[in-house]
Design a binder for this molecule. Structure first.
Ligand code: GLU
Length: 282
């Protein structure tokens, strides 16, 4: 039996952590990313808009410099991000060109979510990119903003983007197949994130790649589902993962959106700001 989503999927946000972009040598996972570009092209042909939230700048920056051990110093990481962001976009441009798509880079900071004018500007820009049939590739602007470097791997950023673009689905691609229970079985569907569910989510084990792990993903899912975006956490290595998830195949863990009042105008901005404020406390 397939999954039935709450409504037709017209717009999805796909989040790729650093481990989806680079291998342990900090070299790009070109084959897996090419498959993703192909799948995005397939989805676009069926009228589905796709927005990428992609990490990997620091990892590819380390790769460019021939490094595999992550620095502890913030400025050093920011420098890697600046170097790697160029490599990341070069990679995406090449891969999307092969499937006759174009992409555009959008770098956001937390202040862009806090300030209503900047928040609206960012949304208008993203809508204009999507209207052109181009795939926005969003990352945190690591040169000036350090929230994700310290606390996550773009998980929260992807939830805020999914919320403010009113995405129907947020797909978080990971190096695990979903959220595991105590018997190492992947949960198929979760309606409420109870303390028990939260207890199943641990941090990351890969200290050189990025911060976050399952805990950061569950925190992101909480934000998105409250903003009426359903989420799927699943493995980026699974063949045709994106197309299959959108078709409703039961892969990964599906988190059902909350049936709350649709946020609009000021209340929507306030919702997003409140998460921005929470994140400031770490
Ligand atoms: N925005 C960062 C990146 O793209 C976050 C991930 C990290 O801390 O390594 O690389």
């Amino acid at each position: 039996m397939i999954r039935t989503f709450q409504r037709p999927i017209k717009r999805i946000v796909v989040k790729l952590g650093s481990s989806q972009i680079a291998d342990a040598q900090m070299r790009p996972k070109t084959e897996q990313l090419y498959s993703l570009a192909e799948q995005i092209s397939q989805l676009r042909k069926t009228g589905i808009e796709v927005v990428l939230v992609s990490s990997g700048a620091i990892a590819l920056g380390m790769g460019e410099l021939g490094e595999t051990k992550r620095s502890m110093e913030l400025a050093q990481l920011q420098a890697r991000a600046a170097i790697g962001q160029a490599a990341l976009m070069r990679l995406y441009s090449e891969l999307f060109r092969k499937v006759e798509l174009k992409c555009g880079q959008v770098l956001l900071t937390w202040d862009d979510f806090d300030n209503r004018g900047r928040f609206l500007n960012a949304r208008h820009t993203l809508e204009a990119i999507l209207v052109k049939g181009v795939v926005p590739v969003i990352n945190e602007n690591d040169t000036t903003s350090t929230e994700e470097i310290k606390f996550g791997d773009n998980d929260k950023l992807s939830a805020l983007v999914a919320s403010f673009l009113h995405a129907d689905l947020l797909v978080i691609l990971s190096d695990v197949d979903g959220l595991y229970d105590n018997d190492k079985k992947v949960y198929d569907e979760i309606k409420d994130i109870t303390p028990e569910i939260e207890g199943m989510a641990g941090g990351t084990k890969n200290i050189h790649m990025a911060r976050g792990g399952m805990k950061a993903k569950i925190d992101a899912v909480k934000i998105a589902t409250h903003a009426r975006t359903s989420c799927v956490i699943t493995g980026g290595h699974i063949k045709d993962v994106l197309v299959r998830v959108v078709k409703g195949e039961r892969i990964g863990t599906y988190f059902i959106e909350k049936k709350e009042k649709i946020l609009d105008g000021d209340s929507e901005h306030e919702f997003i700001r409140s998460h921005f404020k929470n994140s400031k406390g770490g």
